[in-house]
Design a protein around this ligand. Sequence first.
Ligand code: ATP
Ligand code: MG
Length: 260
Amino acid sequence: MAKIMRILAITNQKGGVGKTTTCVNLAASLAAAGSQVLLIDLDPQGNATTGSGIDKASLKYTVYHVLIGEKTIRDVIQTSEKSMFDIVPANRDLAGAEVELVNEIGRETRLKYAISALKNTYDYVLLDCPPALNLVTVNALTAANAVMIPMQCEYYALEGLTDLVNTIKKVRTHLNSNLEIEGLLRTMFDNRNMLAQQVSAQLESHFGDKVYRTVIPRNIRLAEAPSYGLPVLEYDRASKGAQAYVELANEIISKSKKRR
Ligand code: ATP
Ligand code: MG
């Protein structure tokens, strides 16, 4: 069967909700399940790059050079030996892209165009978005088939969702009419926290099967793994965090199969 590449934008303009942790660990879990995976770091913080075991300071070319049209995506793909998936790295250079692209033609479609050169080399392309609804995030939403929204089950979580959903609607109208919401992912979940339980129940009643059944628990191993440049699957395979991301990968793979 010919490969159909599934491009997922992992996004939430709220900072620190688990976007990067989800990208790196989902990439590793999908790869462990036999998928070909490319992770594209779209954040000048370069956390997905570091977390995948790549030294972001030593990079000559990054996703920035792809967006400004200086390099093709194949020129900058790195194979992370430790992680079993490929990565397009980022570092602080990317912070300049926003300003440099502002008057360029096709500024919102740069990433989509770059990814199209990959044909169907990968099963999954994961886009790690920055915590902002900026031009880079719009590029991700324009290139993606679907959006995954990691969120913490806390009081303000739903408020931020409105802005994101409005941006998704605008992108659908002007740039990418096929963009779907693939799912909302509950992250850093603490079962003993009553408020978290309430917000979680609200999410389920509001968004139904758009909420992934898999819940990512708060787990110290997930926070420790990036300092070793490893996905948690390599760092502590038996941990609750690793198991949760394996379960999420399975849920996503079975959703992909149903779609066909
Ligand atoms: P940013 O918006 O800055 O890009 P982010 O949404 O990508 O942040 P992460 O960097 O993935 O969020 O996570 C924020 C912090 O929380 C990190 O220190 C990470 O290690 C930690 N963390 C993420 N998920 C979990 C979890 N399930 N359990 C414990 N710690 C977690
Ligand atoms: Mg991040």
